[in-house]
Design a protein. Sequence first.
Length: 81
Amino acid sequence: MSNPYYSLDKIRAGESIATASRVLGAEPPFHIGLNYWYLARKATYTAVLKVRGGVVEELGIADNALTTSRALQRTLMHSFY
């Protein structure tokens, strides 16, 4: 699980994906393995959320250059597995 002190726009691990999606403006998820991965592009970064059971388990960020299209997002998310 992510560090409990780390947040993106006040969203922390343990938050529901419904709330996180609304706050961050997440795009439709990628279903990879047992997890759903949501991305939310911001001006200077892309928020990455690992979700299982409707709850955000981990938060991270990605460079916007890697997430400019759905195809690039898919490549990024599948590059870990």
